[in-house]
Structure formats: structure tokens, C-alpha cells
Design a protein around this ligand. Structure first.
Ligand code: FMN
Length: 218
């Protein structure tokens, strides 16, 4: 039995392709692995706060020295980090916004990248002072785009700060097993969009259909 964290980052509802596809992914997953539990977080429609000065002070204060005010400053962050760490599998739907990710998803990432919780500093090791703390997880990211050519080998690959950034930041935390489902052509619409959606659905069916994705799954 595994714990799946399902996260959506699009502010759109019915019109969102990433939301629709992440939902289909999780429904198929529940069908294949009915004993798994699912937690849902929607940062697209229910954004989390940005970090502020009190948050930064609190995050860099040893837990035993936190004042009630500083504890309050990272209360939401603690909740989100606990939720993030409790998951074994992540399914994330996220659009490309201005070559990168929506600011609401960046705000979420800023809340969960926490020293001592999701990464550690090891100053005694100057060549590699960062230690990842989120190990043994699996992540699926459904990345949508209005244009095309941002994937590997595409004419705009160098301008893609969406999927490479997500691989880097979650890799920094220790999540190296990340599978991307990229769906382009939303803005082109028509046949191109129909084909892109169909291709994404085939990829999702193949990913969920794989047997024994984890040792927890028999
Ligand atoms: C503010 C904004 C910025 C966008 N920037 C880009 C972009 O840089 N490149 C791109 O291909 N599509 C861009 N798009 C299009 C979205 O990535 C596309 O509509 C995608 O399907 C949105 O995800 P969703 O369908 O889950 O809402 C942008 C859309 C919005 C609203």
C-alpha cells in the first residue's frame, strides 16, 4: 500500500488539460491499486502563501528555539512538508506559464523546500554541502503547454524552464525518479490538440498499467 499525493497547479477548472489528465491518471491508479490512499492539494485554485521575512527567520531557527510567533510563521509550511513527506508517489498537473511554472506552484515549492526537513546542509562536505532528504519516492508530472517545440529536440527546447526546473528542484530534494507526460498545442487547438491529448492519454495508460511500480505493489 502506498500514499499518493495528487497536486494540481492550473487555476483553470473544466478547461484545464493538466487538471483533467492528472485526474484521469489518479482515477486509473486507484483502479489498479485500490489499496493506495490519495491526498489532494490544489494550489491552482487554493494558493498557498508566499514566504515572508518571518517565514525565513523561522525556517533557519533551530526548532527548540522557535518563539510562538516564529512557530506560527511556518505552521502552514510544516503542514505542507508533512503532507509532502507522507507521500510515496506524486502525480502533479502543471501548465507552462511564460516559459516556466505558474507562480502559485512556485509558492508551494518555496513552502516545501525546507532546510532540515526536505534537504540538509552538510558544511563539513564543502564539495557537496547539500544533502537530499526526500528519498525512495516516485513522481509523475503532467506538463501542459499552449505552444509546441519545448520538448527535448524541439526548436524551443532551450526556452523550456518548466520541466528542467521541476526535475532540478525535486531532484535537489532527492526525487530522481520523475516521469514527465508533456502535452503541447493547447493554443493551436484542432487536430493538433486532439492528437496531443490522445498521446498523453496513451502514455498515462502505459504508466499506470505497468505492473509492480513499487515493491509495495503486488
Ligand atoms: C499566463 C499564461 C502564460 C502562458 N505561457 C505559456 C508559455 O510560455 N508557453 C506555452 O507554450 N504556453 C503558455 N501558456 C499556455 C498554457 O501553458 C496552456 O494553455 C496550458 O494548457 C495551460 O494548462 P491547463 O490547460 O492545465 O490550464 C500560458 C498560459 C497562460 C494563461
Amino acid at each position: 500500500m502506498a500514499n499518493l499525493l495528487h497536486l494540481d497547479a492550473s487555476p483553470r477548472n473544466q478547461r484545464s488539460h493538466s487538471r483533467k489528465l492528472s485526474g484521469e491518471f489518479v482515477e486509473a491508479w486507484k483502479h489498479s491499486y485500490p489499496n493506495d490512499t490519495v491526498t489532494y492539494r490544489d494550489v491552482g485554485q487554493n494558493p498557498v502563501p508566499h514566504v515572508d521575512e518571518a517565514w525565513i527567520a523561522a525556517a533557519y531557527t533551530p526548532p527548540e528555539q522557535l518563539t510562538p510567533e516564529l512557530q506560527e510563521a511556518i505552521r502552514i509550511s510544516n503542514y505542507l512538508v508533512d503532507e509532502f513527506l507522507a507521500a510515496d508517489i506524486y502525480v502533479i498537473g502543471v501548465p507552462m506559464y511564460n516559459l516556466s511554472i505558474p507562480s502559485t506552484f512556485k509558492a508551494y515549492i518555496d513552502q516545501i523546500v525546507r532546510i532540515g526537513r526536505t534537504f540538509a546542509l552538510a558544511p563539513e562536505n564543502p564539495t557537496n554541502p547539500y544533502q537530499p532528504l526526500v528519498l525512495g519516492k516516485k513522481m509523475f508530472i503532467i506538463a501542459t503547454r499552449g505552444g509546441s517545440g519545448f520538448s527535448v529536440g524541439g526548436q524551443y527546447e532551450q526556452m523550456n524552464f518548466q520541466t528542467p526546473y521541476l526535475a532540478a528542484v525535486f531532484g535537489f530534494l532527492g526525487i530522481s525518479d520523475i516521469t514527465f507526460v508533456e502535452m503541447e498545442n493547447d493554443e493551436l487547438g484542432g487536430q493538433k490538440l486532439t492528437e496531443a491529448l490522445a498521446l498523453a492519454r496513451i502514455q498515462i495508460a502505459q504508466l499506470v498499467g505497468k505492473k509492480k511500480i513499487f515493491s509495495q505493489h503486488t
